[in-house]
Ligand binder design. Sequence first.
Ligand code: NI
Length: 257
Amino acid sequence: MLTNIFDAHCHYDDEWFNEDREELLKSLPECGVSGVVCNAVDLKSAEVIKGYAEKYPYIYFTAGFHPENLENIPSDYKEQIAKYLKHKKCVAIGEIGLDYHWDIPKDLQNRIFEEQLALSKELDVPVVIHDREAHGDTMALLRKYKPKGLMHCFSGSVELMHEVMRLGMSISLGGVVTFKNARHSVECAKEVPVERLLLETDAPYMSPVPKRGKRNDSRNIVYVAEKIAEVRGMEAQELLKITEENAKKLYNIDNKA
Ligand code: NI
């Protein structure tokens, strides 16, 4: 059995887990999962996943506003995020970023993203970045702020990946690397410096082959690790150990809990 599975980004508060969430979360450590970072999309989800982090030693959480959740954002949202970050298991501001796939006002998205990047610098905490069909504007703000953190479910080219590396950030890869049409992701998986690579599920979405289309959970990271290890010419277990270390370092975990 493969161990040292660290899921750098997921959403266990999703209603898809309502039926068996507790059973599943209880069982993950027995399946080789050593760490999980549940990501918030707004304050309500931050509160829910804080509860999981308080109940399960291996679970950590983030606080932040996802670009799809900006309707009715409270005026004091930054203070509220800052309050969560005082919690010893709140490890980043996330997930934040830009999403131009949906028809959400770009000026609002950019303003809230920029304010959260500024907050991360002020508090000296990492960020978890969501960038969907918005590489240009996302990179412009990352160049401006140079935050610590990771680009989750990285979907850019190798050139863009190298630029992310020059900014000092990391990328995390998930189920997409196992898809047939995932040329960019596989190239990035091969080329990225191994110390800047994290693994994630984005559960409940993005299940890797052979589970594609089904509900995803942290155990499925083994398929992602096997695929990436294969293209890099290494053992999956070795890759899991390295990416676990990378995640702990990026999220400052051994110092936090
Ligand atoms: Ni996500």
